[in-house]
Design a binder for this molecule. Structure first.
Ligand code: 13P
Length: 271
């Protein structure tokens, strides 16, 4: 970890203050692996075995693995006895009933899942999930005691038009309007710029910090308490630099979560 220090950025990067973590930072770092639509029983078993073997005992960071729905039971089972928790990649916005193909929050809780990724950009874009649907999923998740990991992030067009903060504000406001802000004490936020997901492009520390600071400001009083993860091409080689930043409390990983060595290296960098 870098030592605590203030760095003023070049004016060209704007007026964001890059503050590296002070040793008394109270938020515990969290690393979440989103397997997306990858894996099978055999591959998962090998991956989970390698990850649990490399993450035994006490640790200074929390770790969550989010497999596809059919493998949640397998993951919960493989992780029992380890401190690593299981999450889902999405959930229905409905409580129960005639919704063919959907999976309810209560079903996830029943399987001992602890977290649910909500509003991932791939679902917002490919499944056309609206801000309002995302807000309902947030409600369903918390209703059964699961922890939502609410994802927000701008497209490349928004970023290039200088509208990235407007997009983030809109995505957050839809949930604030539905549930208020206080319930975010039991939630996690994730900033995933769409242009950085799966592209090998990572937001610069200044770009990430600007948005994370903005998100904390939007949360009001809870701003300093809520964990805000960064996601988008985080790998072992860039994790430490991102984790050293004051407002980044861990990572939401895609590709890097499918390789045990890479994943464990990032988890260790978060401690
Ligand atoms: P990559 O780490 O593969 O860029 O994916 C990030 C992501 O979408 C995690 O949810």
């Amino acid at each position: 970890m870098l030592k605590s220090s203030w760095l003023r950025l070049a004016p060209a990067l704007g007026e964001v203050l890059l503050l590296t973590k002070a040793s008394n930072t109270k938020r515990r770092q969290l690393v979440v692996g989103n397997w997306k639509m990858n894996g099978d029983l055999r591959e998962n078993a090998a991956l989970l075995k390698a990850i649990t073997a490399g993450w035994q005992g006490q640790h200074g960071a929390d770790v969550v693995i989010c497999p596809p729905f059919p493998y949640i039971a397998q993951t919960v089972d493989a992780l029992s006895g380890s401190s690593i928790m299981t999450g889902a990649q999405t959930v229905s916005e409905q409580e129960k009933g005639a919704y063919t193909g959907e999976v309810s929050a209560a079903m996830l809780a029943d399987l001992n899942c602890k977290f649910v990724i909500i509003g991932h950009n791939e679902r917002r874009r490919m499944q056309r999930e609206s801000d309002q649907q995302v807000a309902e999923k947030f409600v369903q998740t918390q209703r059964v005691g699961l922890i939502p990991i609410l994802c927000v992030g701008e497209s490349l067009d928004d970023r290039e038009a200088g509208k990235h903060l407007q997009t983030i504000a809109r995505q957050l406001d839809a949930v604030f309007e539905r549930v208020g802000k206080a319930v975010f004490s039991d939630a996690v936020l994730a900033y995933e710029p769409v242009w950085a997901v799966g592209t090998g492009k990572t937001a610069t520390p200044a770009q990430a910090e600007e948005v994370h600071q903005f998100m904390r400001a939007q949360l009001g009083e809870l701003g300093e308490k809520v964990r805000i993860l960064y996601g988008g091409s985080v790998k072992a080689h860039n994790a430490e630099q991102l984790f050293a930043l004051a407002d980044i409390d861990g990572a939401l990983l895609g590709g890097a979560s499918l390789d045990a060595d890479e994943f464990l290296a990032i988890c260790k960098a978060a401690e």
